[in-house]
Design a protein around this ligand. Structure first.
Ligand code: SF4
Ligand code: SF4
Length: 457
């Protein structure tokens, strides 16, 4: 390990500002003309499928951006912003496009450009500043904000509020946010994990674990399991004290100025761990960190560092399969399915690995989910910002989960896990929502217990 200097960005200033980089985000006409208007992307787009409206399709959005770039549409046209905001940036369209046009990314860049050039109201700016520049970048502030939610969940108040129907008196936004809370919120993982979790048995590798800001406070059990599974597979797992939010929520919201700042902070924090792999168990964070090289390509100071860092980022499932997983021995007799997070299947091309890990567990009955790669409607804060469309998309997903008859649905992204758990409650689908790592850990534990019992007899 090299010297560690938590939280310190060690590179000095960039000669370009983040606002200038955001202005460079606007796609060029030549790039937009790569769309040959074949329409192959229409049927996979979650906002086109239920509406059949061209401007709610990838092809339609590209045409709108082109119109804006060519001056046909005013920058402040509210319809333009609406159609951009309605895109989930799920990247389903990227996976099928014959000319490799990335409509979701084009939308993200158009939004970033709009944010950098538009004058929103003071109140809107303050609210966005609070969420994207104060709260999300700071584990400590997220933990402080989550404290009342922990009390709410653990005191029985949450159960009372949900079962009594009292929540219907809340304003819509607050109701939507409450519905997403997991039914059990435990203490933040950051406060419980040691700086290094030692490898169990012979050490096979040293890795750094990227603790997602949302998992830390909302799904600590899920990421705790990922760290322990890595240790069980012979990895010494380090935490990087200076790292934090990857910038994924900022990218979805078009807040690329703040997103790039977070990227630099993370790059510096992980550089302190030499060439060790950076493992993420959250699809969106992994995808975004693999993309830092692209985000910072116009920055002469950070471009090379970002590229080197991105090459070190690996998804948890991808890493474990490449390492060669220790066989889980404990039986889990449950019917389990897997819902692909968009940022894993479309952004990182990873779908086989989580399934193959599940299939290693003895006794587990794996059942495939129809249209497993369709978005669940979570997409950062999309389910709060665009509740009607998010609900339509979630209802589709829950129908398909019900069809499987599975008792456990697994996924690999905090937004998806919370969205599907909320959907299960709302639509009465009797499933438990977990990460693949939680089932693996359970099987390792059961296997260890049965070995102990045998050795005593
Ligand atoms: S974005 Fe790609 S798939 Fe969609 S219409 Fe254009 S070329 Fe075809
Ligand atoms: S990223 Fe998703 S929502 Fe956006 S245009 Fe593509 S398929 Fe549609």
């Amino acid at each position: 390990m090299q010297n560690r200097s938590p939280g310190v960005i060690r590179s000095g200033h960039s000669p370009v500002t983040d606002r200038q980089l955001s202005l460079l985000d606007l796609p060029g006409v030549a790039e937009l003309e790569d769309c040959i208007r074949c329409g192959l992307c229409l049927s996979v787009c979650p906002t086109y499928r239920p509406t059949r409206v061209e401007t709610k399709s990838p092809r339609g959005r590209i045409a709108l951006v082109k119109n804006m770039v060519e001056g046909g549409l005013a920058l402040d046209d509210p319809n333009f912003a609406h159609h951009m905001d309605l895109c989930l940036q799920c990247m389903a369209c990227h996976s099928v496009c014959p000319t490799n046009v990335s409509a979701g990314e084009i939308v993200a860049r158009a939004k970033s450009y709009l944010r950098a050039t538009s004058n929103s109201s003071l109140l809107a700016r303050l609210a966005r500043n609070l969420v994207y520049k104060q709260l999300l970048p700071s584990h400590a502030k997220m933990e402080a904000a989550a404290l009342p939610l922990q009390l709410y969940s653990r005191s029985g108040l949450q159960w009372l509020a949900r079962s009594s129907g009292l929540l219907r008196f809340l304003p819509e936004r607050a109701r939507l946010m409450e519905a997403l809370l997991p039914s059990r919120i435990s203490r933040p993982l950051r406060k419980r994990l040691p700086e290094t979790t030692p490898a169990i048995g012979d050490q096979r590798a040293e890795v750094v674990f990227h603790l997602t800001c949302v998992n830390n406070v909302m799904l600590a059990g899920a990421s705790g399991a990922s760290v322990r599974v890595l240790a069980h597979n012979g990895c010494s797992v380090h935490m990087a004290p200076g790292a934090g939010c990857c910038g994924a929520p900022h990218e979805t919201a078009g807040e690329m100025v703040a997103a790039r700042e977070l990227a630099r902070r993370n790059i510096a924090a992980y550089e302190a761990f030499g060439e060790s792999m950076v493992i993420s168990d959250a699809a969106a964070c992994g995808a975004v960190m693999k993309n830092y090289g692209h985000w910072l390509q116009g920055d002469p100071v950070w471009a090379e560092r970002a590229k080197r860092f991105s090459a070190r980022v690996q998804d948890f499932h991808q890493y474990l399969v490449e390492l060669g997983p220790v066989m889980p021995r404990g039986e889990i007799r449950r019917k389990v399915t897997y819902a692909d997070p968009c940022h894993l299947c479309h952004a990182q091309g990873i779908g086989r690995q989580p399934r193959s890990l599940l299939k290693l567990i003895p006794g587990l009955q794996y059942v495939e989910l129809r249209d497993a790669t369709w978005c669940c409607g979570s997409a950062g804060t999309y389910n709060i910002e665009q509740p009607a469309m998010a609900e339509t998309i979630l209802a589709e997903k829950m129908d398909r989960i019900r069809e499987t008859g599975a008792r456990v649905v697994t996924s690999a992204n905090p937004g998806c896990l919370m969205q599907i758990e909320a959907g299960a409650r709302r639509y009465g689908v009797p499933v438990r929502v977990q990460q693949v790592s939680q089932l693996l850990e359970e099987s390792y534990r059961k296997g260890a217990r049965s070995r102990e019992r045998k050795s005593k007899t």
